[in-house]
Design a binder for this molecule. Structure first.
Ligand code: ADP
Length: 265
């Protein structure tokens, strides 16, 4: 709480009254603090690839370019770091769009069962690891009103993580469940898992359970924060359960549309 005092004084010098204004600054300060932390994180995340690139480029400039063994390797590193920066800046742009107050969803009526299958197919076709996909949901139609691009992004972020953290030969299980008027989507992996204390934090911007490991895997620490914003914009919830060493499940919900039979006539 912050207070400001103003004394009301007459020309004669006589004090007429006193105005005391009390402000609740806690919420505002919290937002300001979060903003400062965010800027510090962004700066740090951008500086790391830039300083790596600088030292490799310096070495190349100092003569490493003539070394047939070193040069291709050094160039590959600078390329990887550039890719990481592009991913980071793209994620930041997405987040800033989501933060904008005039942000609109382009919602369409979608059969989520078909939509989910199409996305899983895409991952199944292009996956490079030995991971088994298990779809545990019926063919039955389930209708939702969603912005397909946004929900595609959510699924992309969750499934990429599941693949990243899956062991060789592991299974990723996809489920759909109707709970009241909500559709619950879940994606389970058999990977390293997440310690209990971190289960809420993984949806925070730039939070990573193991910084060194996830940096190596190419993550930006923004994937789940973006997913959370997008699911909240749809009126859903997102959360995780996990057992260390056994695996992780990410859940999210979306409001379902009940289709009246006569609407089909
Ligand atoms: P990143 O780009 O680093 O993957 P995310 O926001 O997608 O960022 O995830 C945040 C962190 O949550 C990750 O760095 C990782 O530590 C943890 N995490 C997310 N998904 C999983 C998973 N399926 N298994 C284990 N850890 C996970």
């Amino acid at each position: 709480l912050r207070a400001s005092f103003s004394v009301i004084q007459k020309e004669t010098g006589k004090i007429n009254g006193l105005i005391i204004v009390l402000y609740d600054v806690t919420e505002q300060e919290k937002i300001e603090q979060e903003r400062r932390e965010f800027v510090a994180n962004v700066s740090h995340e951008l500086r790391t690839p830039l300083t790596t690139m600088r030292s490799y480029l310096e070495a190349l400039g100092d003569g490493a370019w003539k070394d047939e063994n070193l040069a291709p390797n050094f160039l590959a590193v600078t390329q990887e770091e550039t890719e990481r920066m592009i991913r980071l800046v793209n994620d930041l742009l997405q987040l800033s769009k989501l933060d904008a107050t005039d942000y609109r969803l382009m919602k369409e009526f979608v059969n989520f069962t078909d939509f989910f299958n199409r996305i899983i197919d895409r991952f199944e076709m292009s996956k490079e690891q030995n991971v088994v996909f298990n779809r545990k949901f019926s063919k039955q139609a389930r209708f939702v009103e969603i912005d397909e691009d946004k929900v595609t992004q959510v699924l992309y972020n969750i499934i990429s993580n599941a693949l990243k953290y899956s062991p060789e030969g592991g299974t990723i299980t996809y489920r759909l469940k109707e709970r009241g008027n909500m559709l619950e989507v879940s994606i389970s992996d058999q990977g390293v898992g997440i310690p209990k204390d971190n289960l809420l934090k993984i949806f925070d911007r730039f939070y990573r359970v193991d910084k060194a490991r996830t940096r190596k895997l190419g993550g930006t620490g923004l994937g789940l924060a973006i997913a959370k914003e997008m699911i909240h914009a749809h009126g859903g919830r997102i959360w995780a359960t996990s057992e260390e060493g056994k695996g992780t499940t990410i859940y999210f919900t979306l409001p379902m549309e009940s289709v009246q039979e006569d609407e089909w006539i």
